[in-house]
Ligand binder design. Structure first.
Ligand SMILES: Nc1ncnc2c1ncn2[C@@H]1O[C@H](COP(=O)(O)OP(=O)(O)OP(=O)(O)O)[C@@H](O)[C@H]1O
Ligand SMILES: [Zn+2]
Ligand SMILES: [Zn+2]
Length: 798
């Protein structure tokens, strides 16, 4: 008898290793690693992932049996199974969490399975299909013998399995028609149809040419066969009406085909080096450092094309906010229907359909955000991470993985290169390139040698003395100038660390969240004060609860207010706003960008969303309204973030023939991150920042670990965290630096108190063992609700 090793869906330390279950006899041939099953666990029934199979002989004692199958074919590839093991280890998380993370959202929760059969199979297996082409698998009570039969059919591809989300993602069915006549009969009918009945003749011709084809109604209508004609055709018995499942199409608009462009010398060198590695199947990591507008995208496209040309697939990742229709359009125009897209703004049904196209090998190019790194793509020839420095590549919840590391793991597995691309590489990556761990490829000039934009800095301290408007004199003069010249403008409101709150002008009172140590943010659209951490909401007060003054006002500025002010100042300008509020609806992000791209607006204003990736030739002015709001963060990476953001957004200006200009408004005009963004001198920034990191013993000179502990009692959190810090100091070498515990910047969230410990180290062979020990102890003791989490290479120390 065979035994399956199963990781059960019970996320605890004790259940982190596989359990063995007997495979029911009928299913022995069918169960494969990567499928999900239901198993008895204690008194419950839980889902689990089969990760391996073995012979019973090595087991004594009584094993429980697998109760039922969840999947009829593997949903996790052998590669991803292996990856999950590595990832659990690397991110200090449970294997089950890693496996779950790899599945597209919809499949993690509720879904139904449909079996789809051809007419022939339907009739051969009446006990399964009862004369239908499509049945609900879960509704039927099949015995194991029938299930084995179904699995065999599925394995030999004689039937198809389709997952359907039971709740929101219903399949889309389209009306369609199929000929009931053979060609001879059609000939016959045609004799009787009058010449004037153009529609009928057209339909019959189409049926004649493809008698076994199922025609979508939409296609027929498009071809000039009207509804009336179709009704007649059904009545006359020429066709039958049916429904077909339509694959959801996440690409809203068709794109026209594009062809490889002639590369300039730098681009050609880059492509040659990457293609060479693709051909040789080496797992080299390249850092493609190219200034904004240098043409990195074309390099990606041609390297991907090379991977496809030798029969491989390609995976390209982009940050959440740059997965703009623009970049997807460029990729799709080159590779057509081979492209699958994975993005969080897609419905779970769409994501499932795309995932399915990838899993089945139909899609050969995948473009997506962070989670797309788990696409079940086989035979990968190239992995690209655009804007590799972007913080969205690090997952902030468990499993806290860094996409870059996963990409490198998959590259090793697939023997393919990774390309990390950026105008402002992360210090980590650039430092690795300097050490020769990565290969550095530079694109130092803009395409066609267009000049980088001219950047000026406005000191808002001076400005405030005579102008209390959010737009400085210089910026508004330039806006007027551009409007006159009929050129376009982008205005960025930096929202990181910036919120719009209300304050009493008489006593200084600021409303706070009752559950968290943070002030409430004003939401004009819902007329509420909201807590961004726990979701608490309350009405906006009209009198100060503390001193009863009526002068309780709104401070700070949101993009909505900015829009109003800009419209006030420039009443004739056509203004578009892009932020979370205006992009909530599906397709709205795309609509705004298309509108701006078609020059149906003069000013595009918004938050970080507009900072990256956009390529519009008519944009010749970029204004940054509050450059330094991120600088005030107590975080060692805040200078790097600020520099990157300013360089990126400046890079939107003057990308074509016209010289671009940038105005940066700031209260810290002398800060090096701002000064160096002015000259867009990455090289100097890199060296300056590296010196600071060296002095402060920060990454990339040191590796870091953040341990966060929380409980409902502050005293207890502090006590337990002191114990842990003490243990680490005793256990690790004296070269490791253990900082804390300290309360986190926002100590109380949802009435739990958060403390943290930071470990900095260069080489610490016993670190892994120590941290595992911390986790095991915290779980077994449960310590009255103390929850511990470990973040390997955290993005911040806050
Ligand atoms: N070989 C080429 N021939 C013609 N045009 C090109 C070529 N390479 C790039 N371009 C054009 O140059 C512009 C900038 O290229 P692209 O958008 O790829 O830059 P990028 O390096 O990705 O910049 P950013 O980092 O700012 O997004 C685009 O309009 C692109 O079409
Ligand atoms: Zn007051
Ligand atoms: Zn709160």
């Amino acid at each position: 008898m065979q035994v399956a090793q199963i990781i059960v869906d019970v996320p605890t330390r004790q259940t982190n290793n596989p359990y063995s279950y007997l495979i029911p006899e009928n299913l022995e041939e069918q169960i494969q690693p990567g499928m999900r099953v239901q198993v008895p666990f204690g008194r419950r029934r839980v889902t689990g992932f089969v990760i391996g199979l073995s012979d019973k002989t090595s087991f004594d004692g009584k094993l429980k049996k697998i109760s039922s199958l969840v999947d009829l074919s593997p949903v996790i590839t052998p590669e991803l199974l292996k990856l999950s093991e590595w990832m659990a280890d690397k991110t200090f998380s449970f294997k089950i969490s890693c496996l779950q993370t790899m599945l597209p959202g919809g499949m993690r929760t509720k879904f139904k399975k449909k079996l789809l059969a051809t007419d022939q199979i339907r009739d051969t297996y009446p006990a399964i299909f009862h004369g239908q082409n499509e049945i609900d698998y879960d509704r039927q009570k099949f015995n194991n013998k029938t299930i084995a039969e179904i699995l065999a059919l599925r394995k030999s591809n004689q039937i198809k399995v389709h997952y359907e989300l039971s709740s929101h993602a219903k399949p889309i069915l389209s009306r369609a028609y199929k000929s009931k006549l053979n060609q001879q009969q059609i000939d016959h009918v045609l004799i009787d149809v009058q010449k004037r009945a153009v529609g009928q003749r057209r339909l019959l011709k189409m049926l004649y040419e493809q008698p076994s084809q199922t025609f979508l109604q939409s296609k027929l209508l498009h071809e000039g066969v009207g509804r009336q004609v179709l009704d007649t055709a059904v009545k006359q018995g020429w066709v039958t009406e049916t429904q077909v499942r339509r694959i959801r199409n996440p690409f809203l608009q068709p794109v026209s085909r594009s062809y490889p462009l002639d590369l300039n010398e730098d681009q050609q060198t880059a492509v040659n080096r990457i293609n060479n590695a693709i051909g040789k199947q080496t797992d080299t990591t390249f850092l493609l450092e190219g200034v904004t507008g240098s043409g990195k995208t074309e390099v990606y496209l041609q390297a991907m094309a090379h991977a496809l040309s030798i029969g491989k697939t390609a995976l390209m990742l982009v940050p959440e906010i740059t997965l703009t229709p623009q970049i997807v359009g460029r990729i799709r125009s080159r590779f057509g229907d081979q492209v699958a897209m994975l993005h969080s703004a897609m419905s779970s049904g769409e994501r499932y359909d795309e995932w399915q196209r990838i899993n089945s090998g139909q899609a050969k190019v995948v473009v997506g955000v962070r989670s797309a790194i788990f696409a079940p793509l086989k035979n990968i020839g190239l992995i690209i991470m655009d804007e590799e420095h972007d913080s969205s590549y690090k997952q902030s919840d468990t499993p806290r993985y860094q996409t870059r590391d996963v990409a490198k793991w998959r590259a090793v597995y697939n023997h393919c290169p990774v390309v990390l691309g950026s105008a402002t590489p992360s210090l980590e990556s650039r430092a690795r390139a300097m050490k020769g761990v990565y290969q550095l490829i530079m694109l130092p000039h803009r395409f066609n040698n267009h000049a980088l934009p001219h950047v000026s800095i406005v000191d808002m301290k001076d400005e405030m003395a005579h102008n209390r408007h959010i737009l400085s004199k210089r910026l508004s003069n330039l806006i007027t100038d551009r409007l006159e010249k009929h050129e376009q403008i982008i205005l960025l409101l930096n929202r990181r660390g910036y919120s719009s709150f209300i304050m009493c002008r008489d006593c200084g009172y600021v409303p706070q969240c009752p559950n968290c140590d943070i002030s409430l943010t004003m939401h004009k659209d819902t007329h509420t004060l909201n807590c961004h951490l726990c979701g608490h909401k309350e009405p906006i007060p009209t009198v100060c609860p503390k001193c009863h003054s009526k002068r309780i006002r709104h401070y700070g500025i949101g993009s909505q207010q900015l829009e109003e002010q800009v419209k006030d100042l420039f009443p004739t300008a056509r203004v578009l706003r892009m932020d979370v509020d205006t992009t909530r609806k599906k397709g709205s992000h795309e609509a705004i960008i298309n509108k701006f791209g078609a020059h149906k607006a003069d000013i595009l204003l918004g938050t970080q969303m507009i900072a990256k990736g956009l390529d519009f030739p008519e944009v010749t002015l970029v204004g940054v309204l509050n450059a330094d709001s991120a600088l005030q963060f107590p975080d060692f990476r805040s200078s790097e973030r600020t520099f990157q953001l300013l360089t990126q957004v400046s890079g939107r200006s003057g990308r074509a023939d016209k010289q671009g200009e940038v105005v940066i408004q700031t209260f810290n005009p002398d800060h090096y991150a701002i000064q160096l963004a002015k000259t867009q001198d990455y090289e100097k920034f890199y060296h300056t920042e590296m010196r600071i990191r060296h002095l402060g013993k920060y990454p990339p000179y040191y590796f870091t670990i953040k341990i966060t502990g929380s409980s409902p009692s502050e005293k207890q959190t502090a006590y337990e965290m002191h114990q842990i810090a003490g243990f680490l100091r005793r256990y690790l070498t004296n070269k490791a630096i253990v900082l804390g515990p300290t309360p986190k910047t926002i100590t109380r969230v949802n009435n739990r108190y958060f403390y943290q410990i930071i470990i900095k180290y260069r080489q610490e062979p016993k670190l892994k063992a120590a941290l595992d020990d911390v986790l095991v102890k915290s779980q077994t003791k449960q310590q009255g609700g103390l929850l511990i989490s470990i973040d390997n290479e955290p993005l911040d120390f806050m």
